[in-house]
Unconditional design. Structure first.
Length: 85
C-alpha cells in the first residue's frame, strides 16, 4: 500500500489527494497513524442499482414487531423502514 508522511500530507493539494487510486497510509516515522481515502461522487447507475436492491430487500423482508421494538429502544423508531404485514 502506498504511503505519505505527515509532512508530505501538509503540503498536498486537494487535486493530488483526489488523484489517489484508493486508500493511502499516513505515516509518522515508521508508524501508520491513519488512512487517507479520496472521496468520489457515486456513479448514478450504481447508486440507482443499490437503491433498488435496498427497496426490494425491504419489500421482501419487512420488520417484525421485535425488530421495531429494538429500534425504538435505541431511539431509532422513526427510521423510514417498512412495517410488517
Amino acid at each position: 500500500m502506498p504511503s505519505v508522511s505527515m509532512r508530505d500530507l501538509q503540503k498536498m493539494s486537494e487535486s493530488r489527494i483526489a488523484s489517489f487510486d484508493g486508500p493511502v497510509a499516513v505515516k509518522s516515522g515508521d508508524r501508520t497513524i491513519a488512512f487517507l481515502t479520496p472521496v468520489r461522487p457515486a456513479d448514478p447507475a450504481h447508486l440507482h442499482a443499490f437503491e433498488r436492491a435496498v427497496a426490494e430487500y425491504w419489500r421482501d423482508n419487512p420488520l417484525d414487531e421485535s425488530e421495531r421494538a429494538t429500534l425504538d429502544a435505541w431511539g431509532l423508531a422513526d427510521l423510514p423502514l417498512p412495517k410488517s404485514g
